[in-house]
Design a protein around this ligand. Structure first.
Ligand SMILES: Cc1ncc(COP(=O)(O)O)c(C=O)c1O
Length: 414
């Protein structure tokens, strides 16, 4: 293959940057992208195809022979096994999280379910922390049980309970960090030490952290997952997920992805690539807004309690300051009143929009009791700490002063 043709089909060669040493802002802009690409386009082209052609049967056989020896083929064969636009995103994600390899998937849930399906087998047991995205907990507790995979749920931050839950056939520890919605943060050195002592794998959903604020692989975690739909893509306009880690683990995942079909579409991949370029800039403003709003709410008489790892009152503040360089844009809090008071507050907001999700440029607001737990038994909801007056606010990148003024006027409705 000529150099030009090779570069046109494989954005992973002739990289603009050497990925392992690049700092985050530079990696976000350049990592994973070829210096020269098809048609002299500065941006990575959207290779919108389901399949790839071979000049003749000899070329096909050459490809099939070579594939027997290569982990990453030099060209593509079929869309479910790879796409150049997707590969550029994967290389950028790997550079940002300082992993050997990354896989882009169709959604965050595809990344979570695919990873657990590949790492666990019938008869295995694993441990998760309680405060987490409801669909993740549902998959772990109900769905996997149908395949004979058992899961124990332990309270976040309770490492004694976690260790006590380990059985002879326990295979892995899974947690979000920070968690959804109470922003509990993992003590990574402690988690990894425990996992290594018992020969367990560690998998962390670090969606709320982003690789700008925390890179769990650097603490020795085995695999990191993100719902790319949130901060990484950043514009509330695309669904995607990713898994980052060592080749030893990602290779098995990639094979499973080709069978299970949980791939990202090339156009979605392009939106992710474009969003990632400003990740560092956006996260800096999310961090500023998160901290300013958390401090403002904590001091406000119409607010009962605030959860934000950057506040000294948060149970994981010491751990978060040791392991993270910023605390993100999500703030959870209870208004001083009942669910109706929270509803009046949410409806009075003029900047944050009432919607599920988080991590995009627009501030979004919701009552978890309604958006995520409406169909859950109120007793179970309360057991999980999801009270009607709980509000989850995902700060976007708007001006801090405008957000504070808006929240102040909306709190008058409580
Ligand atoms: C922490 C976390 N992980 C995973 C997901 C699922 O991601 P997706 O919506 O991209 O499937 C979510 C969704 O809200 C989430 O909050």
């Amino acid at each position: 293959m000529t150099q030009a043709a090779s570069q046109a089909t494989s954005p992973c060669c002739a990289q603009r940057t050497s990925t392992s040493s690049t700092r985050p802002l530079t990696a976000a802009v350049h990592a994973g992208e070829a210096r020269y690409t098809a048609f002299h386009s500065l941006t990575v082209p959207i290779v919108q195809t389901a399949t790839y052609t071979f000049q003749d049967t000899a070329a096909l056989v050459d490809f099939l022979e070579a594939r027997m020896f290569w982990d990453v083929p030099e060209r593509e064969e079929y869309g479910r096994y790879g796409n150049p636009t997707v590969r550029a995103v994967e290389a950028k994600l790997a550079a940002l999280d300082r992993g050997e390899d990354a896989l882009l998937m169709g959604s965050g849930m595809a990344a979570i379910t695919g990873t657990l399906l590949v790492l666990l087998s019938q008869g295995d047991h694993f441990i998760i922390t309680e405060d987490c995205y409801r669909r993740t907990r549902g998959f772990c507790q109900s769905f996997l049980a149908r395949y004979g995979i058992q899961c124990t749920v332990v309270p976040p931050g309770d490492y004694r309970a976690m260790e006590a839950a380990i059985r002879p056939h326990t295979r892995l520890l899974f947690s979000e960090s920070p968690t959804n919605p109470f922003l509990r943060c993992l003590d990574y050195p402690r988690l990894v030490e425990m996992a290594q002592a018992h020969g367990l794998r560690t998998v962390v959903d670090a969606t709320f952290a982003t690789p700008i604020n925390c890179r769990p692989l650097e603490f020795g975690v085995d695999l990191v997952i993100h719902s790319v739909s949130k901060y990484l893509a950043g514009h509330n306009d695309v669904l995607a997920g990713c898994v980052v880690g060592r080749y030893e683990l990602t290779t098995a995942l990639r094979q499973a992805q080709g069978i299970l079909g949980m791939v990202a579409d090339p156009h979605a991949a392009y939106l992710v690539l474009r969003g990632l370029k400003t990740l560092g800039l956006r996260v800096a403003q999310h961090n500023r807004n998160g901290l300013a709003v958390a401090r403002f709410l904590e001091a406000h008489p119409k607010v009962r309690r605030v959860w934000y790892p950057g506040l000294e009152s948060h149970p994981d503040h010491p751990v978060a300051t040791r392991t993270m360089s910023g605390f993100g844009g999500v703030v959870s809090f209870e208004v001083a009143g009942d669910g109706e008071a929270a509803r009046r507050f949410v409806d009075a907001c003029r900047i944050p929009v009432l919607a599920p999700s988080l991590g995009g440029v627009e501030s979004l607001i919701e009552q978890p009791a309604l958006i995520s737990y409406y169909d859950v038994d109120p007793e179970e909801r309360l057991r999980l700490g999801i009270r009607d007056e709980l509000v989850r606010l995902s700060l976007g990148v708007e001006d801090t002063e405008d957000l504070l003024a808006d929240l102040d006027q909306a709190l008058a409705a409580v």
